[in-house]
Write a protein that binds this ligand. Sequence first.
Ligand code: ATP
Ligand code: LTN
Length: 339
Amino acid sequence: MTALLRVTSEDVARVLSCIQPTGSVHLGNYLGALRNWVTGQHDKDVFHGIVDLHALTTTTEPRVVGQATIELAAMLFSIGLDPEVATVFVQSHVPEHSQLGWVMECTVSFGELSRMTQFKDKSAKREAEFVSAGLFTYPALQAADILLYDANEVPVGDDQRQHVEITRDIALRFNHRFGETFVVPEAVTPAAGARVMDLQDPTSKMSKSTETENGCVYLLDDPASIVKKFRRAVTDSDADVRYDPKAKPGVSNLLDILSAATGSAPSALVEHYSQYGPLKQDAADAVIALVEPIQQRYHELMADRGELERLLRVGADRARSVATATLRRTYDAIGLLPC
Ligand code: ATP
Ligand code: LTN
């Protein structure tokens, strides 16, 4: 029997993307993904999850994830997600994620999971540390996050394209096996800022799990630290300002950041600089201008935890109403015995 696709009442694209509550939000997260979450929230149907269950893949201490979750919620509202229009929810508040996650694990192969670069990178970085099975099966849970909401678009940074690809493969395989059930999603990456690199090591992506503290700029950094981090950014031995990500990754990264922050193309920006110093200063100033209003709203919101919790309950209710229907449709498509 073929299950019918759920027909949405409005003819608008459904958008879903998520972020893990691990550490503070950095410039890479913001320029690569979060900023795109805010654009279009008024003409698309947007769902955004704080994926605390994903964070368990690397969590071993009590109470850390909960605190990070509330802080991240405040950050998401501070960057401009409007709780009246965007559905912002916490993954563990919607049990269907875990339930569909198991179905996804049974629809993806061991070989496909073995090819995921995020798993290879993260497990290699953990060296002698505990590598959980969840770190390996993580993309199955991510596929559940996406497919539960019939998402057409998934705005993510470049590093997540592979996880969206595997989600597409899973959706197609499931639909082939059990009949049309899932919408096949597409990754959406920004033109500028899709991969912000570490300021100290411009061949690695800026990441919160980075070793070099000065390489990562956090949205909550004070202006003086931002200036310091940009001033110390690694460039090259020759003093030539050129946009060439392969030969000059450090300078090109600064141009990319400035481009993402100002909206001008790197090729146009490069004309204005003959030395690294002014480029670093302008990149720092542009980033400070970007984060200042966000920081102000963040501190206001964090002062009212009750209100943040209320907003997350509203988000969870809206998310559940969609997720319950998709899980039901999935079980029906497989033909599990109804209870
Ligand atoms: P970790 O460093 O622990 O891997 P992270 O910094 O990558 O974490 P996530 O929660 O995994 O953060 O990612 C949230 C979003 O930010 C994802 O869509 C991801 O693609 C995007 N993102 C993360 N780092 C970058 C980066 N350096 N440049 C552009 N986008 C990024
Ligand atoms: N794997 C992503 C976070 C993530 C996600 C998702 C992104 C979990 N579920 C669903 C988009 C859609 C990461 O590590 N950045």
